[in-house]
Design a protein around this ligand. Structure first.
Ligand SMILES: Cc1cc2nc3c(=O)[nH]c(=O)nc-3n(C[C@H](O)[C@H](O)[C@H](O)COP(=O)(O)OP(=O)(O)OC[C@H]3O[C@@H](n4cnc5c(N)ncnc54)[C@H](O)[C@@H]3O)c2cc1C
Length: 608
């Protein structure tokens, strides 16, 4: 099946400066800075056609540069990256990071002036797809260095900070870590208690605090530490980011690596900071802007995470098909059984949906600052849950042999569990995605002011109407119709939600899932539209790709119908009421056979 095909037009997703400040869109249209992204507009019931159609295709010249990096990366991974050994020894040999520097993967997000070999985000995603399909730990480590550490330095660093840290990290000689989490600051990263006390001399700060679960924290040369600085506006202060050399006086690596479930090649450490002295020139970006900077950097990180997941899904799909076509039971290959077929179709169609959305978002990311914040959250949510389910489905098909340590699925099963919680737990992401529904409702402007006295007609006019979705091929007519009708319905639901409904956590989850289905379906629709008018793709190949993509659309439609129903009729009250009773329940030895408190380690007991 064909993937993103290069075209001959020079539609590179760059952002040329223009007199109006408008940026060039990935598909050639223009948009003003700060204007809402495609996914944001879905919440207002709009299908921003000029942002999504035609489907972005890499121009031939940039695709060729990407091809060469993809080939080098494939070759390097095949020769030097052994995921089973990395997992078994819980160690990513430092030579691998150095190797990623040597083949210029680490420089792909960095401008040439800083020693990088900057390429489009689409090309970086193509390379990360290869690494993600090969080794989860290596992918996570490269992502950490490129999307977070280098991205933060390049975007917010001073020339001196950039000169000091970027070249050795790009070369793979040094590594960094992003140091946020504390016992009381997990999902709630604003609750950082580590302090950066300004020195009396005014020449810097003293940082003190305890950080835990930091990827690469015990091994990194550079720690990007989030700490609270005093603020004129409130006693609690605000969170700032500091560049702290890991060998600075006052830093103790309490634990170099915790023994954890998966991603064994990425060590997770705990760090204590005691009056660590930094200068004013070690402040990264503006004082008080630490959280915003990290959140902005995670937009790229989440898109790239989804690209690594595309690689993982491709690995799994092949593994499923290979087993289904060779393993015989009841006198037939197991691929003859409908249950097995259904699992393969699930993974293949979800892969199509995710890949379509990743390469749309990657191209858009290059067009404008932070324009893909909502999209990146949707991608992380969908990618992590899809990969986790896909590993389970592949394990079903592999039967008993799937659980043995000498097989890759056992390792992938452990690895994929991590991404559901880390880098923004999916529950939290659902709430954040749904918060755009509130913005859309508040900001929705009626097409015209109501002029007729009839209040019903007036109210109707304020609501989103069905957006027009152009049909490029007869086979897509049905999908254009339901997509348009669901986008209208979604916009109306967001627009019409009461304040209480907007705050309802379970409703928020459904709104986020609807947004996810609509965004991915729009990307698939756009990609299939381009496919169906492409005269160079032979018919059998076209049919194969169309059927896989159309299955994604059908499944999204079915899921949406259920989600819309559940917005009205659901078991939410019963569920929360039962949970409330259990939350108030006293577990003691007299009424509960399991020793009370057995599941909570002492250090995890809630603090007063
Ligand atoms: C492998 C790994 C690597 C990591 N790497 C780093 C790193 O490099 N740097 C770093 O600083 N940290 C890192 N962390 C920490 C990670 O960011 C946190 O674990 C994560 O933010 C979740 O915090 P928590 O574990 O304290 O969970 P909690 O915040 O306690 O959340 C637990 C659960 O509560 C629910 N929940 C919480 N808040 C809400 C809400 N508002 N609404 C609904 N549900 C909610 C969710 O279901 C959530 O999953 C890493 C963790 C792991 C496991």
């Amino acid at each position: 099946m064909s993937q993103s095909r290069p075209n001959s037009s020079d539609g590179k997703a760059s952002r040329p400066a223009s007199a109006t400040g408008a940026s060039s869109h990935a598909n050639g249209s223009t948009r003003l800075p700060g204007s809402p992204s495609f996914a944001q507009q879905l919440f207002a019931g709009q299908f921003a056609v000029d942002q999504i159609m035609p489907y972005y295709e890499q121009p031939e010249n940039t695709a060729a540069a990407g091809d060469s990096m993809v080939a080098k990366t494939k070759n390097y991974c095949g020769q030097f990256v052994f995921p089973d050994r990395i997992d078994q020894h819980a160690l990513l040999p430092p030579g691998i990071i150095k190797g990623m520097g040597n083949i210029r993967v680490l420089g792909m997000t960095v401008d040439k002036e800083h020693g990088g070999n900057k390429m489009s985000t689409s090309n970086f995603c193509r390379v990360m797809e290869i690494i993600g399909g090969h080794c989860g730990s290596t992918a996570a480590m490269v992502r950490l260095q490129s999307c977070l550490v280098l991205n933060l330095l390049q975007t917010y660093g001073t020339p001196e900070q950039q000169q000091k840290w970027i070249p050795p990290i790009v070369a793979g000689d040094k590594t960094g870590a992003v140091v946020i989490t504390e016992e009381l600051a997990g999902s709630d990263i604003n609750n950082v208690h580590t302090t950066a006390e300004p020195k009396a001399s005014g020449k810097g700060y003293k940082i003190s605090g305890e950080k835990r679960w930091i990827a690469n924290g015990g091994k990194a040369d550079l720690l990007i530490v989030l700490a609270r600085t005093p603020d004129d506006y409130g006693p609690a202060g605000r969170v700032s980011a500091f560049l702290v050399p890991a060998d600075a006086k006052g830093i103790t690596i309490e634990t170099e690596t915790e023994n954890k479930l998966g991603l064994k090649g990425v060590p997770i450490g705990s760090i204590s900071l005691k009056k660590v002295s930094v200068t004013n020139s070690d402040l990264l970006g503006k004082e008080g802007a630490g959280i915003e900077m990290v959140e902005a950097a995670t937009a790229l990180d989440r898109i790239v995470f989804a690209a690594t997941t595309v690689g993982g899904l491709k690995f799994l799909l092949e593994a499923m098909v290979s087993q289904a076509t060779t393993r015989t039971q009841f006198g037939q290959t197991i691929g003859c059984f409908d249950q097995v077929k259904q699992k393969i179709a699930n993974v293949a169609s979800n892969l199509y949906g995710l890949e379509s959305a990743v390469y749309h978002a990657a191209a858009e990311y290059d067009c404008g600052e932070q324009s893909q914040v909502v999209e990146s959250k949707i991608l992380k949510l969908f990618a992590s849950e899809t990969l986790y389910r896909a590993v389970n489905e592949a394990m079903d098909i592999w039967g008993g042999k799937s659980v043995f340590k000498d097989r890759p699925l056992e390792r992938m099963f452990r690895n994929t569990r991590h991404s559901l919680t880390s880098e923004g737990s999916n529950d939290l992401l659902r709430k954040q995605i749904a918060s755009h529904a509130v913005d859309a409702g508040a900001n929705h402007q009626p097409a015209e002011k109501p002029t007729r006295p009839n209040w019903l007609q007036a109210a109707e006019k304020m609501l989103p109407t069905s957006p027009t979705i152009e049909v490029k091929h007869e086979h897509l007519r049905f999908h254009a119709r339901w997509l348009s009708s669901h986008i209208k319905k979604f916009g109306r639901n967001c627009h019409g939600a009461s304040a209480a409904e907007a705050r309802d956590g379970l409703r928020q989850s459904r709104v986020a899932d609807l947004a996810t289905n609509l965004f991915l379906s729009s990307c698939v629709f756009s990609k299939l539209s381009a496919l169906m008018v492409n005269g160079t793709v032979p018919d059998p190949e076209k049919r194969f790709e169309f059927d896989t993509g159309a299955l994604f659309l059908q499944r999204a439609r079915h899921a949406n119908v259920e989600l819309f129903d559940q917005l009205k009729v659901n078991l939410d009250e019963d569920e929360t009421s039962v949970a409330d009773q259990w939350l108030a329940h006293q577990f003691d030895e007299n009424n509960w056979p399991i020793a009370a408190g057995a599941s909570i380690a002492p250090s995890e007991k809630p603090k007063a």
